[in-house]
Design a protein around this ligand. Structure first.
Ligand code: DGL
Length: 279
């Protein structure tokens, strides 16, 4: 039986943090990665643009690479696109939302920092999450536009500017938060620099592992879960195809390899005329 296949979607390289968690938990699953880097950053786009780009691109990708589960590995897109996507495909769709509930469960001093894109921090969906799960906490939100760019530039080997990150994290230091939610899938890539800015933070909460569990559950439910395997013993390479709607970042294969998710083929300017396999 062919390996089950999962499509992981983001506006850029942030969703690779989620893809890596899925591969770690479910090493026998084949991954297809789709990045709408021609539309990046989603944090600066209108809801309507995000909805129509996501729906069109994911539908096209599923045509070319049929998958059993779609993961919208982007908080900014997930806050608006999920019902629209579920209306156009029968493939189960998993979204990612800022991990406010688990953060509230681990904060001891009831002061939580929440890092997300400028769009996500303003969405009513986030107000609802906080009201439901963290009503007794002080939640300090930061929607800094530079963080996603610095994460994207890591692919080219550019070091994020520590002094600017320190400056951006000042409100969280002043509030003495003990827990920080990484409410954008790009941010786990910046964790070493974020930790330096906020060394006193006890817990950094992201959604990758919870997403991987949900994917495993859906595959199991569909009778498609391969037996538990030890990490590294599964699909090799982990990602059979990575598609970028803009130019593919030049060092992407090495970057993915370093993240533990080797990629077989990379396509740039997808789904244009560029042949799969070229970047
Ligand atoms: N990775 C995306 C997220 O989780 C956002 C990046 C963007 O602004 O495009 O929100």
């Amino acid at each position: 039986m062919a390996a089950p296949r999962v499509l992981v979607f983001d506006s850029g390289v942030g969703g690779l943090s989620v893809a890596a968690c899925i591969h770690q938990a479910l090493p026998g699953v084949e991954l297809v990665y789709l990045a709408d880097n021609a539309g990046f950053p989603y944090g600066g786009q209108s809801e309507q643009v995000v909805i129509s780009r996501c729906c069109d691109l994911i539908a096209e990708c599923l045509d070319q690479f049929p998958c059993e589960v779609v993961v919208v590995a982007c908080n900014t897109a997930s806050t608006v696109v999920l019902p629209h996507l579920r209306a156009i495909t029968e493939v189960p769709v998993v979204g990612v939302v800022p991990a406010v509930k688990p953060a509230a469960a681990c904060s001891v001093n009831r002061r939580i920092g929440l890092l997300a894109t400028p769009a996500t921090v303003k969405r009513p969906y986030l107000d609802e999450l906080i009201a439901e799960f963290a009503a007794d906490c002080e939640v300090v939100r930061i929607g800094h536009p530079g963080l996603v760019d610095w994460a994207e530039q890591l692919v080219q080997g550019s070091e994020p500017p520590q002094a600017e990150i320190d400056q951006a994290m000042l409100p969280l230091r002043t509030a003495a938060v003990d827990t920080v939610v990484l409410g954008c899938t790009h941010y786990p890539l910046l964790l070493p620099w974020l930790r330096k800015s906020l060394p006193e933070v006890e817990a950094w909460v992201e959604s990758g592992e919870a997403i991987a569990r949900r994917v495993g559950h859906l595959l199991e439910h569909g009778g498609r879960l391969i037996e538990a395997e030890t990490p590294g013993a599964g699909a090799d390479p982990a990602v059979i195809q990575a598609c970028f709607t803009g130019a593919a970042p030049s060092d992407i294969s090495a970057f993915m390899m370093e993240m533990g998710i080797a990629v077989a083929q990379v396509a740039g300017h997808w789904p244009g005329v560029t042949a799969a396999g070229s970047a």
